[in-house]
Design a protein around this ligand. Sequence first.
Ligand SMILES: Cc1cc2nc3c(=O)[nH]c(=O)nc-3n(C[C@H](O)[C@H](O)[C@H](O)COP(=O)(O)OP(=O)(O)OC[C@H]3O[C@@H](n4cnc5c(N)ncnc54)[C@H](O)[C@@H]3O)c2cc1C
Length: 414
Amino acid sequence: MGNEEQVTIVGAGIVGICCALSLQERDIPVRLVDRGMPGQQTSFGNAGVISPWSIVPQALPGIWKKNPGWLLNPDGPLSVRPNYWPRMIPWGLRFLRHSHASAVGPVSDAMEVLCANSIDLFRRHLSGTGHEGLVVDSCYVHAFRHAGMAKLDAIDYRIRKEKGGTLELIGSDELRRLEPALSKEFQAAVLIKGQARALSPGKIGTILADKARAGGAEFEQIELTSLFKDSNGEWVLKSADKNLVAKKVVLAAGIWSAQLLEQLGLKVPLVAERGYHVGFPEPGVELNNSVMDVDNKVVASSMLEGLRLAGTSEFAHIDAPADKRQQKKLIRQAQKLCPDLNTDQSTFWMGHRPSLPNSLPVLGPITGQEGLFGAFGHSHYGLMMAPKSGELIADLLSGRRTNIDLAPYASNRF
Ligand SMILES: Cc1cc2nc3c(=O)[nH]c(=O)nc-3n(C[C@H](O)[C@H](O)[C@H](O)COP(=O)(O)OP(=O)(O)OC[C@H]3O[C@@H](n4cnc5c(N)ncnc54)[C@H](O)[C@@H]3O)c2cc1C
């Protein structure tokens, strides 16, 4: 028999860990299940942007005009592996349907719910750990090579401003003062203020998982092969080593959530939108903020491990090997961004953004599966949306009433 009160969380990425902490704050005991070390998969290698203002969906009006150019450019930010097209086409059509002007407002509102308090919530979770400095205040510097392209009335900036974001357009002199390490090629920048950045997303995962453990969380390091209900109506979490039994399960297994659901006969349009980073452990230069090279759609940030440049959207099967060409491409882009960067040593990483077609995750009960809750599909925003996702899941499981409508995150919305 499973522990009556305990909630079992499948996946100890940043989303699962934040669910655990919020449940513990409501005196609900938790068990985290992961095949690896907490926070060391997708949640390890991201760009570290934590923003209340990442409330702009990926699917925007007119995106369909940009995609072909990006796909045809080998140095572009978007690629699809040839054998992935059959899966990509239906997902892409759904994605494009969400780019209609009438869809953008509601999605942006629902993103805002998950992003608005992200900085405060991270600081609350980190408080008392001795590692409070892992999240620091930051601007988001969107750097442009052509001053004429930096327009505050572009749709993505308009959405942020309409919702209260403080944005400023600066020219090359001011940009030089703010970020001396940036190439002089950059002529202008849009500053998005009131953000934060993670100095080590992987370390944040480790520290917060340790906090959960110190608060009584059990950890099971096993790889689940399936998830099903037994004749007593309890969930069985099956692995090669042992089976676990649970009354309530939160599925927070990132991109791998789809495989576990598929065995229950449930299909969610979750795809592996793979991304890459290169890291420079001895960079010799430092950035003061999160910096996006808008032309190349890559984000750079100085972290504890050195300078990291992250980006690329590559749609491919989960298990397809990393594309080694991405390493050279990202190193070239990093050199163009910061000409004095020391690239003698570099690290290379690939991760899987768990992407649904409308930039919103699944949060809440899985339709028709009593006791099973979803917390997956955070695509480009999983670090910053994790703490609020944890709050919403914990509210739901503790029966706390909130005035937040979970319909935009429903598992059966597609
Ligand atoms: C290049 C790149 C840059 C990014 N930049 C940002 C950014 O700046 N800001 C931001 O907010 N987001 C960013 N993201 C997105 C963010 O990293 C993800 O949305 C987030 O990490 C997803 O977290 P997760 O906990 O859902 O998944 P994961 O971190 O992947 O965790 C899932 C966990 O489930 C476990 N698991 C899976 N299947 C099983 C199984 N069968 N049995 C046992 N365990 C299992 C895995 O081992 C893993 O630990 C970026 C992503 C990429 C790739």
